[in-house]
Every structure is written in structure tokens, then in C-alpha cells.
Write a protein that binds this ligand. Structure first.
Ligand code: IPM
Ligand code: MG
Length: 359
């Protein structure tokens, strides 16, 4: 039997609660499947470790996880640690060196969940946002001089490379091709940003020629927010820069009903390094320890993890279990307007898995 090694990194805040729920659910999924097993190694990396030792993970941290089959990540962020320190100390310290350049964010209105968009039926919003995940506005290039003086200067330089843009564009076109509508929207801001974003547009046209069976169009990011809100049916697969897609994916999550549901895959498609799966929601310190964190974002990330491992039937089974549970309003956590706790949702998903007789 194939045994996959999974590195679990709960991180901060509600990360610990949702990753524990995710590990339990994925283990139940493997038991139900019977064809594979998952062995979890747990790593206590995060802000607590940073406050004690000055580092979010050990110096050889990446070596410890580079041979794992996948990484399940919770969240990073603490009220008393600056956000940019946390981000660069943990999440980006894994994503960028592991070349997880394709950040994939499916968005749907799951059964039982009400979108804030009036007149939009569930099936009318079915998107996958592909976020460039290694460069662009998150390149980390820039600096500050003359600190504290009136002439202080700060720069953040966006970096767009032909190789980086071409590979994310190819990934997005290829993904769009696997979806029934074969429809891709390329988002930029090439009217105002006349260098990097124009390069995106040019490379989009070049790569499009390799995918004649995919219909594609271009949107400026500002207009894209309106199209997502007013014409969600007109979109399917979406590709955008690191920052644009970061912003659009929060909008997408809100339109689909809750950030608590939204999943992410940080993929290294060539599989030279492990890929990382995480809920989008963050550490949510305000609800930490209350037992009310929505674990669905982590479970759906688990679906993406299983798909990446090639365990397609198990992934489909977990997605069916998630949808059975969201359909029942008594199992909604407070972010969805309900009263259920993390444990209730987890138990219900595990029961739905055990009771799913489809192969
Ligand atoms: C996300 C998050 C992160 C990001 C934060 C936590 C730094 O918002 O994954 O979308 O901006 O990349
Ligand atoms: Mg974000």
C-alpha cells in the first residue's frame, strides 16, 4: 500500500485547530479508501517559536520537509509580531524556495451556503483563480533609506520575468483546458503599469496560440472586481499576478459565502519540491481557542492535496462529504451564521465519508 508522508505545519492562531481537524479528516479519508495511507509529521513552526528563538523554523527547516509528498499548512500571524516578518519568515520562506509558483484557488458556492450576491444561483459561480506565487509584487526587492527623516524613501519593486510569466500563463491555459467551459480571463493593469503588465499581456497572447481550444479574454483588475460581482457567470478560470490575485481571491471568497471555506494549493507543478495546501483564512486570533473555526477551508485544501497526490477517487469522496455537510445549516460555523463548532463539522464530514458507498 502506498504511504504518503505529509508535513503538517499548523502555524499560528486557529491554524492549530483547523490542521488538527484536517489531519483527522484526511486520515478518515485514507481509511475509507483503503488503497493508500497518510503518515503525518508535525512541525511546531510559527510565531511562538519565533518569539522564543528568533526564527519561525529551524535553519535546516526546508531540508526536514523537502522529501515529504505534500505539506498541510494552517496559518501564520500573531498580534504581537509584524505581519511582514511572519509572512517572510514562514510562508514565503517555504513557497518561494520550493518554487511553488502556481497558487490555485477554486471558488464555488457550496450547497447550503448563501452568497451575498442576490439573484446568483449556486452553479453560476464556479471559478478557479490562478495566482502567480513567486515573483511580481511579492519579489521582496526594495528598501528604505533616510529612515525617520523627512526625506525618507521606501520602494517595493515588482519583478516580472519572461520565464515566470510564461510558466504561470501556460499552467493557467492548461488548467482552463481541463474545465468544461475552456475559458480563461487574464487579469492585468496594463493601462497604468506600462512595463511588467504589458509583458503579461504580450506573453498571454503568445501562450494563447498554443491553446487554440481555450477561449480567453483580458480584464483590467479594477474592472474585474465589477465583473466578478455583477456577472459571475461570465468567468471560469482566472490568472493574475501575485498581488492582484491575492486581492481578487478575498473578493471571490466573500462572494462565495465565507473566507472560512476558501482553499489554496501552492503547487510546484514539476514536483521537484513538495507542494503546500492551506486554507486562505489566516490565523483569526479573535476566535482562537473558542472551537468555532470553520475547518471546511482546510478540508477543501485536503481535497486539492489528494488530487495532487493522484488519489482522485478519495479527493472526490472528500468533496462530496464536504458538500453534504455544508448543505446542512445545523452544521454551519458562526462565519456562516450558524452555531456549530469545529468538532461538529469534522465529525459530520468523517461520518459522511464513512457512509459514502460510491467507489
Ligand atoms: C493569502 C494571504 C497572504 C498573502 C497573507 C497572509 C500574507 O492573504 O494567502 O492570500 O497575502 O499572500
Ligand atoms: Mg490574501
Amino acid at each position: 500500500m502506498r504511504i504518503y508522508r505529509i508535513a503538517a505545519i499548523p502555524g499560528d492562531g486557529i491554524g492549530a485547530e483547523v490542521v488538527a481537524a484536517g489531519v483527522e479528516t484526511l486520515a478518515a479519508c485514507a481509511r475509507r479508501d483503503g488503497g493508500f495511507d497518510l503518515a503525518f509529521d508535525h512541525f511546531d513552526w510559527g510565531s511562538e517559536r519565533y518569539k522564543k528563538t528568533g526564527a519561525f523554523m529551524p535553519d535546516n527547516g526546508r531540508d526536514l520537509i523537502k522529501s515529504h509528498d505534500a505539506i498541510l499548512f494552517g496559518s501564520a500571524g500573531a498580534p504581537d509580531v509584524p505581519d511582514h516578518v511572519t509572512l517572510w519568515g514562514l510562508r514565503l520562506a517555504i513557497c518561494q524556495p520550493f518554487d511553488q509558483y502556481a497558487n490555485v484557488r477554486p471558488t464555488r458556492i457550496l450547497p447550503g451556503i448563501v452568497s451575498p450576491l442576490r439573484h446568483v444561483a449556486g452553479p453560476e459561480l464556479d471559478w478557479v483563480i490562478v495566482r502567480e506565487n513567486t515573483e511580481g509584487e511579492y519579489a521582496g526587492i526594495g528598501g528604505r533609506v533616510h529612515r525617520g527623516l523627512p526625506e525618507e524613501v521606501a520602494t517595493d519593486v515588482s519583478v516580472f520575468t519572461r520565464a515566470g510569466v510564461a510558466r504561470i500563463m501556460r499552467f493557467a491555459f492548461a488548467l482552463a483546458r481541463t474545465r468544461p467551459r475552456r475559458l480563461l480571463t487574464v487579469v492585468t493593469k496594463s493601462n497604468a503599469q506600462r512595463h511588467g503588465m504589458v509583458l503579461w499581456d504580450e506573453i498571454a497572447s503568445e501562450v494563447a496560440a498554443e491553446f487554440p481550444d481555450v477561449t480567453w479574454d483580458k480584464m483590467l483588475v479594477d474592472a474585474m472586481t465589477m465583473r466578478m460581482t455583477l456577472k459571475p457567470q461570465s468567468l471560469d478560470t482566472i490568472v493574475a499576478t501575485n498581488l492582484h490575485a491575492d486581492i481578487l481571491s478575498d473578493l471571490a471568497a466573500a462572494l462565495a459565502g465565507s473566507l472560512g471555506i476558501a482553499p489554496t494549493a501552492n503547487l510546484n507543478p514539476e514536483r521537484k519540491f513538495p507542494s503546500m495546501f492551506e486554507p486562505i483564512h489566516g490565523s483569526a486570533f479573535d476566535i482562537m481557542g473558542k472551537g468555532i473555526a470553520n475547518p471546511i477551508g482546510t478540508f477543501w485544501s485536503g481535497v486539492l492535496l489528494l488530487e495532487h497526490l493522484g488519489e482522485k477517487p478519495a479527493a472526490a469522496r472528500l468533496m462530496r462529504a464536504i458538500e453534504r455537510v455544508t448543505a446542512d445549516k445545523a452544521l454551519h460555523t458562526p462565519d456562516l451564521g450558524g452555531k456549530a463548532g469545529t468538532v461538529d463539522v469534522t465529525r459530520a464530514v468523517c461520518e459522511a465519508l464513512a457512509g459514502d458507498n460510491r467507489e
